[in-house]
Write a new protein. Structure first.
Length: 197
């Protein structure tokens, strides 16, 4: 019985040590460059840069790998990820994913109300499906899909426009089909709604 207890204790200590090393690895990378745009905890104060706090860990790691391979184009991100290993990317994903997501009220409540309807119901007149059917009713996404809730409205709107122009091709092609049916007003409304979610 004592051997089993000791084995469990050693396993737990190993797990804690691994988690601490993982976090230290992430903080070293963040302190070297990420914090300049995304903040030390992924809180990004600028609407140009995405908030990473609370983002799905696997999604972050995938995006970093896509920036490194060139599958997702960004002249700003390419040099930032050039030296990152897959372990670094996974550690960054876990670090940011463990941080609390940002919460704030939408800046334009009437626009957000339109966005809420489109996000949850879609637009049957234009064929825009409900965003919630893939991204979930709360905008939290999944391991493979991004957390949209709490993201900067301007950043989300820009990403939708990039999907619409086929400038962003690294993610699910379904996004191209969905966004090509959306008007600029619908994109702005959904983005505003999600920013305050």
């Amino acid at each position: 019985m004592k051997i089993a207890v000791i084995a469990v204790a050693l396993w737990a200590m190993t797990g804690v040590a691994h988690a601490q090393a993982d976090e230290a690895r992430a903080k070293k990378v963040i302190g070297g460059s990420c914090f300049l745009c995304h903040g030390a905890e992924g809180e990004s104060a600028s609407e140009v840069f995405p908030r990473l706090a609370g983002q799905n860990a696997e999604y972050i790691a995938k995006q970093l790998e896509n920036f490194k391979s060139g599958k997702r184009k960004s002249s700003a991100m390419a040099p930032m990820v050039a030296e990152l290993s897959p372990d670094d990317m996974a550690a960054l994903g876990r670090f940011y994913g463990s941080r609390p997501p940002h919460k704030e009220a939408p800046k334009d409540a009437p626009l957000a109300a339109v966005g809420q309807y489109i996000y949850s119901q879609g637009n049957r007149f234009s064929g825009v499906p409900a965003c919630a059917s893939c991204h979930g009713p709360d905008g939290a996404g999944s391991n493979a899909l991004p957390r949209l809730a709490g993201q900067h409205a301007a950043y989300l709107d820009n990403q939708l426009k990039q999907f619409n122009k086929r400038e962003r091709n690294n993610d699910n092609a379904v996004m191209h089909t969905v966004v090509e049916k959306m008007t600029p007003l619908e994109m702005a409304a959904v983005s505003e709604y999600l920013s305050g979610k």
